[in-house]
Write a protein that binds this ligand. Structure first.
Ligand code: DQQ
Length: 479
């Protein structure tokens, strides 16, 4: 039996009630309340007429979607779209810095009333655009997505760009007041054949004694994480990795919250065709909020925020089970598409150990998440995730070394069409899947090559983050 498409809609990942969303923008905690803005098209489930949607949360988990915060101003520098940007508090006034397009310029908006706990109304600055063109003498393609931070001598801003005919580029500006900007120099430049032609959505921040630059690379379509040193306002990367190579994660934004945590959300793109997105009436969802810190070896540590445990409901638990490479029905009762799964394995001599997810009873549809010990990789295999030829079906992987004790901890979040995998708090793979069979709900640990020890398996049903439970099917907007 085929299922309706609504089961693909996440219930505990943020997305607006309907229509298109892409990048998270303007992340800010203001007087305790978290504010999340996002690239939003109110006219349908496709990228166009981009506004800033706005949502608030008091617990980082449950969100309230508010009125649109920023819309294109006819005749203004953002008349054709309010593209990505960030938020900072300047002298008690929450301020958004963003890109207007055609041509790409940087603009500022301020909260009309900083005492309004919802920060519902925003006023665009009369001086817009505050940066009207890329630096003279530089032939660039792309000039967008300002990311602003404070240093002792003023505000600094990184703008995403690329050298015409060359590699990705981040431009560095300074300002005393967020309105008057002076171009300083390039913060960082990449090689076209290694890291793409254009770097979008830069994020630049100190963490664990190092500095991290995140960029979303065109045409790689991946998020690069550069770790290095920042001296005399120049960044020297020592190491570059892919942040989440699961195929869906893009354009993340990082914020510092009032508890001093570095929190990150990314846009999870759809992996089904445009027609299916239009028919569904929604497209795009945010990743779970993830806390970043630094491991001792200079790699990023990624953990979903602790607050998410408040969504855990019915719990199943298994302890100390041997998993053999044979047909195994001990886990037949585990099923679900809105789950958190925590599996702790000692893979031993097994060549592959992991979980089958969204598995139909006949095994025709299933997604595999596993550690491959020969290749030392975390893998997500979507080749059989869906019978629908309009969905992406591929195999994706990321390097993963197990610690000296050889233990693999997988924390996996399933939410309709979203799979987020955190392996040993080090490697993340986020993917989208669209199973077509109503019974593609099975969860089963597996091992290949030799037996493996499953030290523990915990599975929780997850609650919806919306007050009325799962939201009704979104209304389709006229196109
Ligand atoms: N999305 C925005 C741009 C950004 C891109 C447009 C990244 O500002 O460069 O919606 O997804």
């Amino acid at each position: 039996m085929r299922q309706s498409t609504e089961p693909y809609r996440p219930i505990y990942h943020f997305l607006p009630p309907a229509n298109w969303m892409n990048d998270p923008n303007g992340l800010l905690q203001w007087r305790g309340r978290y504010h999340l803005f996002y690239q939003y098209n109110p006219t349908g489930a496709f990228h166009g007429t981009i506004h800033w949607g706005h949502a608030v949360s008091d617990d980082l988990v449950r969100w309230r979607d508010l009125e649109i915060a920023l819309a294109p101003t006819p005749g203004g520098p953002d008349k054709d779209g309010v593209f990505s940007g960030c938020a900072v508090g300047r002298e008690g006034v929450p301020t958004l810095v963003y890109t207007g397009i055609f041509p790409e310029v940087q603009c500022v908006a301020e909260a009309a009333d900083p005492n309004d706990p919802d920060l519902a109304v925003w006023r665009k600055h009369p001086a817009n655009p505050v940066i009207a063109a890329p630096p003279a003498g530089l032939e660039v393609q792309g000039f967008r997505d300002p990311f602003v931070w404070r240093e002792a001598d003023g505000w600094y801003c990184a703008v995403g760009s690329g050298i015409e005919g060359g590699g990705g580029l981040v431009l560095l500006y300074r300002s005393p007041d967020l309105v008057h900007w002076e171009y300083l120099h390039e913060l960082c430049r990449g090689e076209a054949d290694e890291s793409g032609l254009l770097w979008e959505c830069p994020n630049f921040f100190p963490i664990g004694g190092k500095h991290v630059l995140l960029v979303s690379s065109i045409p790689l379509n991946k998020v690069l994480c550069l770790v290095g040193d920042y001296r005399q306002h120049r960044f020297t990367p020592a190491r570059t990795t892919i942040l989440d190579d699961g195929g869906s994660f893009y354009a993340p934004q990082v914020m510092l919250d009032e508890r001093g945590r570095r929190l990150m959300w990314g846009w999870l793109r759809e992996d089904r065709d445009a027609q299916a997105q239009l028919a569904a009436g929604w497209s795009g969802v945010l990743s779970l909020p993830t806390e970043l810190s630094m491991n001792g070896d200079g790699t990023l540590r990624l953990r979903p925020v602790a607050e998410l445990t408040s969504l855990r409901a019915a719990h199943r638990q298994y302890r100390d089970v041997t998993i053999r490479p044979v047909q195994d029905n001990r886990f037949d009762s585990i099923a679900g598409t809105r789950l958190e799964i925590q599996a702790v394995f000692a893979p031993g001599a097994a060549s592959q150990v992991g979980l089958y997810l969204f598995q139909s009873r006949d095994g025709v549809e299933r997604t595999c998440v596993f550690f491959d010990s020969d290749r030392q990789e975390l893998v997500i295999d979507r080749e059989r995730s869906s019978l629908d030829p309009g969905t992406v079906r591929d195999v994706r992987s990321a390097p993963l070394r197990l610690p000296p004790d050889g233990v693999l901890t997988l924390r996996v979040f399933l939410d309709g069409s979203v799979i987020e995998v955190f392996a040993n708090d080090r490697v993340c793979l986020t993917s989208r899947v669209y199973p077509t069979l109503a019974d593609s709900r099975g969860v089963r640990p597996f091992a290949n090559g030799a037996a493996a020890a499953l030290r523990s398996l915990d599975v929780w049903d997850m609650l919806s983050i919306w007050p009325s439970g799962m939201r009704a099917t979104p209304t389709r907007s006229p196109m």
